[in-house]
Design a protein around this ligand. Sequence first.
Ligand SMILES: *Cc1c(COP(=O)(O)O)cnc(C)c1O
Length: 367
Amino acid sequence: MSCDFAALANAGIRGLSPYQAGKPIEELQRELGLDHIVKLASNENPLGPSPRVLEACAQAAQSLTLYPDSNGFELKRALSERFDIAPEQITLGNGSNDLLDLIARVFLAPGTSSVFSQYGFIVYPIATQACGARAIVAPARDWGHDLDAMAAAIAPDTRLVFIANPNNPTGTRVSRAALVRFLEQVRDDVVVVLDEAYTEYVDDPDFPNGLELIDRFPNLVVTRTFSKAYGLAGLRVGYSVSHPQVADLLNRVRAPFNVNSLALAAALAALADGDYLQRTVEINRSGLGQLAEGLGRLGIPYIPSVGNFITAEMPDDALPIYQKLLQQGVIVRPLLPYQMPRHLRISVGLPAENDTCLRALKQVLGA
Ligand SMILES: *Cc1c(COP(=O)(O)O)cnc(C)c1O
């Protein structure tokens, strides 16, 4: 008999379940032979890439034989100018998921713990467990983060707190006042990760900008991504902003060349393309309204969202409904991994895609 490799694996990794991604369009095409498929499952930007990004990628492709700039000098400089932060505070990642993992690797180990919210983004428990650390789950309030419960959940061995603002998959958000009150309470040896993957979509004077809080709270680390509003999910690029000492620690565990040269060039171009971002936010606002109104008309309750997705509560187990939607060529996201068995998360698409999804739901539910 060959070796039992699972027995050799780190304890945390042995107990890990892999991240479940949204079903790829090609997979459903292969399975059902459908030619028109609407994918509203991974919170991607429905506009497609900006032409300026495609141009930058074509340019950068000329140099594919060379390693990328491992320090991402130009992108860091552009981010630093745009957001008025020092380049030494920035760490680039292969998507912001990479940064969440790096932060966990730097601060978590067996004998330590992290705190996150029930219904919080699923990468937090995965990253915690991979490091052999203990996960402390604070109960949610109205599906969103209850920062008082999270503060109360912090244990003596807690090193990290993860907050997604807005949160995926619930679309909920915390206000600036609540966040500041929380940060004032947290011990300064607990690192607070504020995951702002959807921040660009939120237009609300009470919504906090984490970057403005880092000087006041040096234990705050903000992560952001080019995958969502900037439309670059396929390229994998994100960044964190932190105290320079935290950035230095992240840099020690970061894989060399973790952000590829097309991604660096594309992110730089995306950052400069204000029109694309504005169109993205506008089309999202109207699409979110369209989905909310359509769900309301079908009598389907939903969690009010400020992201680029909306999470709806089915009358019963959502999995058979998800399967029937697939048969109609509509891919959404079941939330079983979040212990939300009756919910489906629907990403905001173009108006026609939203319409297709609502019609399919109507048919499936016989409403
Ligand atoms: C999508 C998402 C991310 C990260 O995505 P990347 O593509 O890895 O940048 C991070 N946090 C939340 C809450 C997300 O939904």
